[in-house]
Write a protein that binds this ligand. Structure first.
Ligand SMILES: Cc1cc2nc3c(=O)[nH]c(=O)nc-3n(C[C@H](O)[C@H](O)[C@H](O)COP(=O)(O)O)c2cc1C
Length: 418
């Protein structure tokens, strides 16, 4: 009998040919905020490799929400390139999704061309930057921007939008008491902190109409001081479900405080320091070079399907909206277990960076293991270079410095799951 993995799934108004979704994983392939041929080639490769849907990572709804130089934001100039990409993905039989978000304080004036904004005034050492509190009328404008971003996605040929409400980007900066110190209708009580997200989802659902699928990536917990707890993460997921979105992606962690909760394993700190830009991240680069890395970025022991037990707690309480699993898929057996645990869909990032043909390989051999060593080199490289697995980097003739190669080998040995 064919596994449910390879059966179609009705995600709101669209039908996916199977249960595999390429997760939003920042490609850094959009110099001058414009989609490149490389971006298209990568998404076509995973579409050809068999995924049901691929997600173009992180498109900011407004220039103020861009967190990396090589990132998309909603503007007409990006439309032709994106339309070309979605047509090419469709020609391979896959659907195309785009992640829409705003990074809030996770940027620097040199990237977003304004003083970074957030729920409250403050200092974000990660960028590093001071940031200012959004005025109520600015919040309303951003709500409208999310709606307009859905229209933009439709024009670009996307079938689905993924709203990024996790990882301590702007929507989760409003949700978390750590970053939201407001005393108006957008701060204080849970209802107030969730108001911005609720308004955004109201707007998004109106613009999505009858033809676009909408999924939301949320945090089950922020895993940091005064971040969203599991109990609040559950309340947030229930709020999201009230909007009748077509799916909720269950993630967790905070980019600036607990990034390894998102990714699991260890940060390759030498790679990070090596590829980090000097212009804005000098503080972090210097700290990483000085050996403080272990304190700054706590390691999380890698386990395949590392979010499964928490995701099951959410599954037990949310039945009216499909929950989409993400986190630590390494093999065909992991994919089958997700189905056996009662999830209908799941997302993958690491394995599809290493092996865009992963889905076909699982179809041929249900026990196929992608052999991703979880060194997270692909993340370390992300600040200034295009997304790539170290094996592809070397295959393509780019030299990886010896120190970084040693780091990769050490980390792969530590998390060896093959
Ligand atoms: C190189 C890289 C870039 C990522 N960029 C994003 C991003 O832009 N938005 C997002 O929500 N998650 C991002 N993630 C997280 C993934 O979407 C996913 O949640 C996480 O990697 C766990 O899935 P995996 O174990 O299949 O890789 C990124 C992950 C990687 C490896």
């Amino acid at each position: 009998m064919e596994s449910k993995l390879f059966t179609p799934y009705q995600l709101g108004p669209i039908t996916l040919r199977n249960r595999f979704i390429r997760s939003a994983a920042f490609e850094n392939m959009c110099a001058n905020n414009t989609p490149s041929q490389m971006l298209e080639d990568y998404h076509v490769s995973v579409a050809r490799g068999g995924v049901g849907m691929t997600t173009v990572a992180y498109c900011a709804v407004d220039l103020s929400g861009v967190s990396f130089d090589g990132q998309l934001y909603v503007r007409d100039e990006a439309l032709p390139g994106l339309k070309h990409l979605t047509d090419a993905v469709h020609a391979q039989g896959a659907k195309a999704s785009i992640q829409l978000g705003h990074c809030g304080n996770m940027t620097h004036w040199s990237t977003c061309h304004c003083m970074p904004v957030s729920a409250s005034n403050g200092l974000n050492l990660y960028s590093p930057t001071i940031h200012r509190r959004l005025k109520v009328e600015e919040i309303k404008t951003l709500v409208r921007r999310f709606g307009e971003a859905v229209d933009f996605a439709r024009k670009a040929g996307f079938d689905c939008v993924e709203i990024h409400a996790g990882h301590a980007y702007l929507l989760s900066q409003f949700l978390a008491p750590r970053t939201n110190h407001r005393h108006d209708q957008y701060g204080g009580s849970f209802e107030n902190r969730a108001r911005f997200l609720n308004e955004v989802l109201d707007e998004v659902m109106v613009h999505a109409g009858e033809d676009m699928a909408v999924i939301v990536k949320t945090n089950m917990y922020d895993d940091c001081w005064r971040g969203v707890s599991v109990e609040e993460g559950l309340r947030i997921a229930k709020e999201i479900a009230k909007h009748h979105v077509h799916g909720i992606v269950l993630s967790g962690g905070t980019v600036s405080a607990s990034p390894m909760t998102i990714l699991s394993g260890a940060m390759p700190t030498h790679a990070l320091a090596h590829y980090m830009p000097m212009k804005s991240m000098w503080w972090l680069k210097a700290a990483l070079d000085s050996g403080l890395a272990g304190l700054l970025i706590p390691t999380v022991k890698f386990q395949p399907l590392y979010f499964m037990s928490l995701a099951k707690r959410f599954q037990a309480q949310i039945q009216n909206v499909p929950l989409i699993y993400v986190g630590g898929v390494q093999s065909g057996d992991d994919c089958q277990r997700i189905m056996d645990e009662g999830f209908e869909l799941f997302q993958l990032a690491h394995v599809l960076i290493k092996d865009p043909e992963f889905v076909h390989h699982v179809q041929e051999n249900p026990h196929y293991h992608a052999g991703c060593g979880r060194s997270n080199y692909c993340i370390g490289r992300m600040y200034t270079k295009e997304m790539k697995c170290h094996e592809c980097v070397e295959r393509d003739g780019e030299v990886i410095p010896k120190l970084l190669k040693r780091e990769i080998a050490t980390l792969e040995k530590r998390w060896n799951q093959k």
